[in-house]
Ligand binder design. Structure first.
Ligand code: ATP
Length: 294
């Protein structure tokens, strides 16, 4: 196989709780992860020269070893002594530094591509062992769909697909550092924690109203007071017909769930008129994360 094009899907968090801060500085989380239909497109082409070259439509992204795509491909290339190279083209559509695991899903796609194109024969479990070295969310990005993520993100329990619905995604024109969010999370002051087990149970039962009612993210306690635009977008979507709305990951992206597409489109149109969001999308839930494109 000399050429492969993959769609790498983004994620949202239907629930996000932080259980404790470990002595090594990592945070133990309990998250309900969900793949959505918004994706980056990555094209991998074999090259005779022994180099990894990345081209991207987004000029401010690094194209060297600081890009997770290069890190992921280099990891396998070195371990397996691959002497050929790759030209990788990234068509970035997922908002960057937004809480949608855009970099992690690209890394998962790169691991998948190198494994397949060079016939390494790594199983899903073996790929996940390597994925966690690149980032805590990368193992989930390999698996995709609906899952409970625990530990630092590496302990994954697959859940049945969450009830189908329409998803409005809106990113305000601000940048939020994940590191800053975790540094400013004061767990001892958090009054109520998200009901992660209740959310998992609603998903298992296919209870859409239950899912929409339980959307909760403990990191909002940090970001919302500092960046009120997040709450303004979230509340606007709730007031404009969403069944539920929440910040994803460490933000600042907000998503809203709708069981009716027309209602979702209407809310999206109304949100666009406010100018609160810099990037907006209407998508749906997805069951797979890394999909080959002909
Ligand atoms: P998460 O939900 O895991 O916190 P995120 O959506 O907040 O992820 P990313 O979009 O993955 O954040 O990017 C965070 C940083 O990682 C960016 O500032 C960027 O410079 C760097 N980065 C490295 N590789 C990539 C990539 N392939 N796509 C996006 N960002 C990348």
């Amino acid at each position: 196989m000399d050429k492969l094009t993959l769609k790498a899907m983004a994620k949202i968090n239907l629930g996000l709780d932080v259980v404790r801060r470990r002595p090594d500085g990592y945070h133990e989380v309990r998250m309900i992860m969900q793949t959505v239909g918004l994706y980056d497109r990555l094209t991998f082409e074999k090259r005779k020269e022994d180099t990894l070259q990345l081209e991207s439509n987004m000029k401010r992204l690094p194209t060297d070893g600081n890009n997770l795509i290069i890190r992921a491909a280099a990891l396998l290339k070195e371990e397996f002594g691959i002497r050929e190279g790759l030209l990788i083209r990234l068509d970035k559509r997922i908002p960057v530094a937004a809480g949608m695991a855009g970099g992690s899903t690209d890394a998962a796609a790169a691991l998948t591509a190198v494994n397949r194109m060079f016939g390494l024969g790594l199983t899903a479990a073996q790929l996940k062992e390597r994925a966690v070295k690149i980032g805590a969310d990368v193992p989930y990005c390999l698996q995709g769909g609906t899952a409970l993520s625990e530990g630092i993100g590496e302990i994954l329990t697959a859940l049945p697909p969450a009830p189908a619905c329409h998803v409005v995604v809106a990113k305000p024109p601000i940048h939020v550092s994940t590191k800053w969010v975790y540094q400013n999370l004061h767990l001892e002051e958090v009054a109520g924690h998200p009901d992660i087990d209740g959310m998992a149970e609603c998903i298992r039962k296919g209870d859409y109203p239950g899912v929409a009612a339980r959307l909760s993210n403990v990191l909002e306690t940090v970001t919302v007071p500092r960046y009120p635009v997040i709450a303004r977008i979230r509340d606007f979507l709730r007031e404009n017909g969403a069944d539920g709305a929440l910040m994803s990951g460490s933000g600042p992206t907000v998503f809203a769930l709708f069981d009716d597409r027309q209602r979702a489109q209407k809310a999206l149109d109304a949100l666009r008129e406010t100018g609160l969001a810099a990037q907006t999308f209407l998508t749906g839930l997805a069951e797979r994360t890394c999909v080959e494109q002909a």
